[in-house]
Design a protein around this ligand. Structure first.
Ligand code: F6P
Length: 320
């Protein structure tokens, strides 16, 4: 019998619970022991964060957003002494394999542990969907739908008052979330960090809309692309439109996971345990088309996920 452990780390993402549930239940069905580590990597440095998990430990969580295991961003994992302590702890707890559910920061921590001899498998979970090598990450679909719901509501009030709404969404370094929500929500412009945007062009598009008697416009701004309030001021100083700013904030990170994220979490969780069971390490579960494949964690970290420029152009072409 082997002893595995699972933790969730970095920003929470809807569907993390489905992944943890799948890890725990798959591990138990293969007659392994499974521990849940609370508060992400920080749980390796505090006392009493290792929980004994049984089938009932993950009951009633598949439909819940956030992470029942709790999460944190750990500074300790960035330091060599911290890493050495983390390895010591995992060895002392006799952990034969660790599943890390999180984003690229979590992947870095997992890779560092793997390089120090701890068997690790990662599961991509971030609403940013910015992990290279996987079509999608757990949490992305739910967040897109949450933003869409907001866009629908904003459009109602925007139309009634004939206003332009600027909506800031998350994405410190990437615009995948802004693009998907903007395209699906029919946004007139989308600002993302990956693509140079031009204020004249944004204003020109707004004026074109007004000319053909359009009663509303939505501009989606990824937080890493620009300061939404500055853009707002700049638009107002150039053209006579009434504007309002809405910041989605952490509302877009919570909420019950969509079916897509529950399925992804369940499939990836089970796949991660199967990989550990087969003695694999340093890999992550990636969605490629409709298949879950195991690819090196290094691949996720080596380069930025490419931005689908053709979808960006499609958005501009369709939203006129
Ligand atoms: O990494 C995911 C993310 O959602 C980013 O898009 C966002 O900038 C960040 O988390 C916010 O982090 P925090 O919850 O620590 O403020």
């Amino acid at each position: 019998m082997r002893r595995f452990a699972v933790l969730t780390s970095g920003g929470d993402a809807p569907g993390m619970n489905a992944a943890v549930r799948a890890v725990v239940r798959r591990a138990l069905s293969k007659e392994n022991e499974i521990k849940g580590i609370q508060r992400g990597f920080a749980g390796l440095f505090n006392g009493n964060e290792f929980l004994d998990f049984n089938l009932g430990s993950v009951a009633g969580i598949i439909h819940r957003g956030g992470t029942a295991l709790l999460t944190a961003r750990s500074e300790e994992m960035l330091k060599p002494e911290g890493l050495a302590r983390a390895v010591e702890k995992l060895i002392a707890e006799r952990i034969d394999g660790l599943v890390v559910v999180g984003g690229d920061g979590s992947f870095q921590g997992a890779l560092a542990l793997q390089e120090r001899g701890i068997k690790t498998i990662c599961i991509p979970a971030t609403i940013d969907n910015d992990i290279n090598g996987t079509d999608s990450s757990i949490g992305f679909d739910t967040a897109v739908n949450t933003i869409l719901d907001a866009i629908n509501r904003l459009r109602d009030t925007a139309t009634s008052h004939e206003r332009v709404f600027l909506l800031e969404v998350m994405g410190r370094h990437s615009g995948h979330l802004a693009l998907a929500a903007g395209l699906a929500g029919g946004a007139e412009s989308i600002l993302v960090p990956e693509i140079r945007w031009d204020l004249d062009d944004i204003c020109h598009r707004l004026l074109q809309g007004i000319e053909r008697r359009k009663t509303h416009s939505i501009i989606v701004v990824a937080e890493g692309a620009a300061d939404v309030f500055e853009i707002n001021r700049a638009i107002r100083s150039r053209i006579a439109v009434e504007t309002r700013v809405t910041v989605m904030g952490h509302i877009q990170r919570g909420g019950s996971p969509s079916a897509v994220d529950r399925l992804l979490g369940s499939r990836m969780g089970a796949a991660a345990v199967d990989l550990l069971f087969d003695g694999k390490s340093g890999l992550f579960t990636a969605l490629k088309g409709n298949r879950i494949e195991a690819i090196p964690v290094k691949e996720a970290l080596i380069r930025q996920k490419s931005f689908p420029k053709e979808l960006y152009e499609l958005t501009l072409d369709l939203a006129r």
